[in-house]
Design a protein around this ligand. Structure first.
Ligand code: UD1
Length: 420
């Protein structure tokens, strides 16, 4: 049966004011749910957002035999002694992060059958680094009928792995595989993202011996077994950054609560250069938007560089700048589908290879636009906050994959927004 795409309607022209709390990071919670598979027993994850991707990961793990029960923002996870080493296509296709179950199942069961992943449409997103690293640890693979079959009948062993690029997913998969491998694994050129550091903290609470998470060299001393644990998921820096930009683009004043400003250093710096007044404390960020942003150039890079997942929202802001900004996308080959949609609203943006040239305009006008992925949809809503008339973002269900209560929180800040 065809289901009608979700639509978010935003009426432009309202400045946002007020406070908005953020929850735990999607990109951490999903990995923690997989990590729980490494130890039988009852785990508790706190500060878990109620988003579609968490529900999908719950299904992936249910297939492997683990159960989840939600109690507010707590997720109680029960992991069996003998998980089923499988993740089927209908689930994996929905969400690329499912591939992480590969390292966990290989480690727990000595084998895994995982359909190749789907996820956002940012050009081809290979998993060669995941597989090369696991192969170096003793795994072998065959791909049959779209299903990757992985084997490590004698278990995984520690080794030295040098990643070609600090891939978040590959580093996480290798961490999960290495936690219970025989001997020591050293991952060089590892990703340094805060969500990955948080994963290592959770694994260490479970009894793992991981050193150096948050730096480019991570050392994992394999242990024989892990035990269930309780962990609070690190705040979502993308949700925090998106609300900060919502305040900024509307020329309003927004305080984002329950976040870690240090995780958004580069993004906040660029917002300041664009004319925002930014102050912050230990767990809050206060942003006052300019009447009109100044142009800013930026390049997306692995952490602590400018986060690629904040790129579309920042471009929506700069679409209204008094001058031209140049953005270089270094993480994904194709993250530009949102550009045509912003242009439909009157923006003047062009792309050339990895570069985006944003010639600022002084007004946008509302129309129907396609929210083609999580961050694109969020960015188009931001543009809708300042566009003349009404903006209808179709396929807004993408937002539900990553952001719990986006419409409600925007509305609480004063946005004239609803879902239909
Ligand atoms: C994670 C985040 C995603 C974010 C990205 C970069 C989750 C669920 N998703 O995705 O929101 O945008 O980090 O911060 O946490 N690559 C390869 N070979 C590999 C692995 C990756 O070529 O084996 C490439 C990818 O195609 C991409 C780049 O490396 O171009 C970065 O990918 P990676 O860091 O692995 O991102 P994800 O973990 O998929």
């Amino acid at each position: 049966m065809m289901t009608r795409p979700e639509m978010i309607r935003v009426a432009g022209g309202t400045r946002l004011y007020g406070e908005v709390p953020v929850l735990g990071a999607k990109n951490a919670a999903l990995k923690h749910m997989v990590a729980a598979m490494l130890a039988p027993g009852d785990h508790v994850l706190e500060n878990v957002p109620s988003i579609a991707d968490v529900a999908t990961m719950g299904e992936v793990r249910a297939y492997a035999g683990a159960t989840c029960r939600r109690d507010g923002t707590r997720l109680h996870i029960a992991v069996p002694e003998h998980p089923r080493p499988e993740a089927p296509l209908e689930l994996v296709r929905k969400m690329r992060a499912s591939i992480l179950i590969l390292g966990a199942l290989l480690s727990r069961c000595g084998e895994a059958r995982v359909a190749l992943p789907g996820g956002d449409d940012f050009g081809s997103r290979p998993i060669d680094m995941h597989l090369d690293g696991l192969r170096d640890m003793g795994a072998s693979f065959e791909l049959k009928h779209g299903v990757l079959r992985a084997y490590a009948p004698d278990g995984l062993h520690g080794t030295e792995i040098y990643l070609e690029f600090p891939s978040v997913g590959a580093t996480e998969n290798l961490l999960l595989a290495a936690a219970m491998a025989t001997g020591t694994t050293v991952i060089s050129n590892a990703a340094r993202e805060p969500e990955l550091t948080d994963l290592a903290m959770y694994l260490n609470k479970m009894g793992a011996k991981i050193e150096g998470a948050g730096t480019s060299t991570i050392t994992v001393h394999g242990v024989g077994s892990l035990a269930s644990a309780t962990h609070r998921v690190v705040p979502d820096r993308l949700e925090a950054g998106t609300y900060a930009l919502a305040g900024a683009i509307s020329g309003g004043e927004v305080r984002v609560l329950d976040c870690v400003p240090d995780h958004l250093r580069m993004e906040l710096r660029k917002m300041e250069v664009a004319g925002c007044e930014v102050t912050f404390g230990a767990d809050w960020i206060h942003v006052v938007g300019p009447d009109r942003p100044a142009p800013v150039d930026f390049a997306t890079l692995p952490y602590p560089g400018f986060h690629t997942d904040m790129h579309p929202q920042m471009v929506a802001f700069l679409a209204l700048a008094d001058g031209t900004s140049i953005i270089t996308e270094n993480v994904y080959a194709a993250r530009f589908r949102y550009v045509g949609e912003l242009n439909r609203m009157g923006a003047d943006i062009s792309t050339d290879g990895q570069h985006v040239v944003v010639r600022g305009t002084d007004r946008l006008s509302g129309c129907e636009v396609d929210g083609c992925d999580i961050r694109a949809a969020a960015a188009l809503v931001l543009a809708g906050l300042v566009a003349e008339g009404e903006t209808c973002v179709v396929h807004a269900e993408h937002i539900d994959r990553g952001d719990a209560g986006y419409v409600e929180k925007m509305s609480a800040l004063g946005a004239r927004i609803n879902r239909s």
